[in-house]
Design a protein around this ligand. Sequence first.
Ligand code: AMP
Ligand code: TRP
Length: 331
Amino acid sequence: MSKEIVVSGIRSTGHLHLGNYFGAIQNYVKMQDEYNCYFFVADYHALTTHPDPKELKTNVFRVLSENIASGLDPEKVALYAQSDVPEIPELYLMLNMIAYKGELEKVPTFKDKVRLQPENVNAGLLTYPVLMAADILIHKGAKVPVGKDQEQHLEMARNFAQRFNTRYGDYFPEPQVFRFNNDTVKIMSLDGTGKMSKSENINATIYLSDDDYTIRKKIAKAKTDAGPVEGQPMPDFIQNLFTLLSITGSPETAQPYINAYNGGSIRYGDMKKQLAEDVVSFVRPIRERSIELQKDEAALRKILKDGGEKARASASAVISGARKLIGISYY
Ligand code: AMP
Ligand code: TRP
């Protein structure tokens, strides 16, 4: 039986962080042996926020290195840049004809961007979910390992696939979000003001490139409270610290602190020291390996080139089928 097809992408908009690792990359690494995987750097998606061209290039190489340093094996998966697969923008164009302005305007991530960058509400931002659907459907992807924040986009990808199939004949699968044990991972920023993100709350986000000193400093400043209040649930920013403790250390390390919290005797200072050490030990090998990889740009270029070729082999077959169904095939 042929392996199921998995597709996922990470935008090259900045440094990867623990949210990216636990929400996405960790799943990629676990999937690489069992599935036919296509993982890519979403550099076209990054253009929606107008990055500096020099920075974009550095970011692409760093995202690539950080993925490999986290355990992705370019021999086992197709690891490539979105912009190396021209069939993606072609499918994007086709899907744009069956994507409607009204539904795109309602997408929460679009509304967020309108709020964050009112001076740059471009058409690429509006059609972001259409490009994402093209990324997945270009390989007939069935499973998509992404964090919770991408669920709405996946729903739209299913809608576009269904619409295409209804109009032109059954062709695309309806891609589903994939997570091991159905874990919905969302890592919050350490100041409790939202999710960890590549570009917001930089001082409250732990990056895979942060050095030991920076990690310790950020964790020492993490938001805490005065301890549990009778009858009130644990605040999400405290829960987040316990989550980090159990996933970067182990559930056994976290348990005594959770017990102390429940018993009203938690000492956040001690807990943060433990957390800092666990995060430092977790990030250090990834950071060091990534720095090594970034020194050899020729090797990274070769990885991208080989990955792009694997991706194009699959993409060109799928796009020619789509062209035929639409009626754009004259020769
Ligand atoms: P992005 O950084 O937005 O390009 O996201 C790349 C991947 O990381 C996507 O699968 C996201 O769902 C996931 N991700 C990003 N931020 C977080 C977070 N704070 N917690 C969990 N997953 C995240
Ligand atoms: N939109 C995703 C994010 O911001 C990145 C992405 C682009 C993606 N294309 C994709 C994820 C295709 C999965 C599949 O995180």
